[in-house]
Write a protein that binds this ligand. Structure first.
Ligand SMILES: NC(=O)C1=CN([C@@H]2O[C@H](COP(=O)(O)OP(=O)(O)OC[C@H]3O[C@@H](n4cnc5c(N)ncnc54)[C@H](OP(=O)(O)O)[C@@H]3O)[C@@H](O)[C@H]2O)C=CC1
Ligand SMILES: O=C(CO)COP(=O)(O)O
Ligand SMILES: [Zn+2]
Length: 353
């Protein structure tokens, strides 16, 4: 008997373009969401987008509640849940980078409330995904979260954000190459659940982004358009897979460990890009894809060395040797690298001197 089933949750409305910030109210109307919203944001995105969107709502007679989070933690998720319950809100809107959007989608899942995603930076591929990623003690798991009912991505806001946020988003997409290598390996060695469609979509997204690298330039609003579409496509791959596997392998373990060892030193996307150079080398050796990944990163101004990342060589080696412990996810790192092997791969790929 055939017993498989799947349930893929995707956004109903995706609105991308110049000035669409002012269409958030229309999108909420179209979704028939009623009552009072809770805006979840962080300091800079609040000034850039959340306050002006709140003013639009107030002009329409709706007064949003607002929580500003500083860090992505489960305490912040709890705080959002408490405010949602105290303020009697009906749905949540995450306005910001990966931090605000993850916290809003995790809180929405817990509250069983609708959630809309308003990215202010093209810096990560969690804009659309049904996963949330928050550190928890020494570990970090990708947990089920509420996928957005709608995404409103204003390319004017995204293009005005600091350029390095966009290059971080590109690197998060380029890292899909090694994430899928790890996923295929885990399928072969551990028989983990695998989706050929999600893997193909994730790889194709990276291909298209790299193929359009010449359109990705500072100050070009079209760059925000190209990168945001890729970030959404990558998020859809995660939603199809029902896991972050298509977009997160050993290069993400490495980045999550850097978040613990050198908190706040570099952006998520930049860290995973560096991780991807090294794990591509581990997968395929000297003549493999690692140079293409490095060159693709360099061509869009993303860091390719520890020095450009602003993290010292020893921390890179420590992250490489310990990051397999952070999560129960089979990757090319297997049971871990020893120090000499980690130093070798980081050195041969030019990540450290
Ligand atoms: N759930 C998922 O599937 C995924 C989740 N992630 C998660 O997302 C996070 C990374 O996302 P990222 O966006 O890099 O992190 P943040 O949300 O921390 O944003 C990075 C920085 O950009 C600032 N910022 C955001 N928008 C603007 C703007 N328009 N202008 C100026 N500054 C701006 C933020 O300001 P401020 O400090 O004021 O907030 C912050 O300093 C990680 O926690 C990662 O794990 C990443 C990929 C997928
Ligand atoms: O960052 C992500 C994909 O780009 C999410 O992956 P994690 O599950 O490793 O947090
Ligand atoms: Zn990522």
């Amino acid at each position: 008997m055939f017993e498989k089933s799947t349930w893929i949750r995707l956004p109903r409305n995706v609105v991308v373009g110049h000035g669409v910030r002012s269409e958030v109210l229309d999108v909420i109307d179209d979704l028939h969401l009623q009552g009072r919203p809770l805006f979840v944001t962080s300091p800079t995105p609040r000034a850039v987008a959340a306050d002006p969107i709140a003013a639009d709502f107030e002009a329409a007679g709706i007064e949003p509640a607002m929580v500003t989070v500083e860090k992505a933690t489960f305490d912040a998720v709890e705080r959002v849940i408490d405010v949602a319950e105290d303020e009697d809100v009906s749905y949540l809107v995450g306005i910001g980078g990966g931090k605000a959007i993850d916290i809003a989608k995790l809180a929405s899942y817990h509250l069983n409330m609708g959630f809309c995603s308003v990215p202010t930076a093209a810096s990560h591929d969690g804009i659309v995904s049904n996963r949330g990623s928050v550190p928890n003690g020494d570990s970090r798991h990708s947990v089920a979260a509420e996928p957005p009912l709608a995404v409103v991505a204003d390319t004017g806001i995204l293009a005005d954000a600091p350029w390095e946020l966009t290059t971080a988003g590109c690197a998060d997409i380029i890292s899909n190459y090694t994430a899928v290598m790890d996923w295929r390996l885990a399928k072969r060695l551990q028989d983990v659940e695998f989706s050929e469609y999600a893997a193909a979509l994730s790889e194709m997204t990276a291909e298209i982004l790299v193929g359009n690298a010449d359109l990705i330039r500072p100050g070009l609003e079209e760059s925000a358009w190209v990168v945001t579409k890729a970030l959404m496509s990558s998020g859809v791959a995660m939603s199809i897979a029902g896991s972050s596997r298509p977009a997160s392998g050993a290069e993400h373990l490495f980045s999550h460990q850097l978040d613990r060892l050198a908190p706040g030193a570099a952006l998520h996307g930049h860290q995973v890009g560096i991780g991807s150079i090294m794990t591509a080398y581990l997968h395929q050796g000297e003549d493999g894809l690692w140079r293409d990944i490095r060159d693709a990163l360099a061509s869009i101004d993303a860091p390719t060395t520890a020095a450009e990342l602003g993290i010292d060589d020893e921390t890179i080696v420590e992250a490489l040797t310990t990051c397999h412990e952070i999560r129960d996810r089979y990757t090319i790192l297997g049971n871990g690298m020893n120090e000499q092997a980690a130093r070798d791969v980081a050195h041969k790929t030019g990540v450290i001197d």
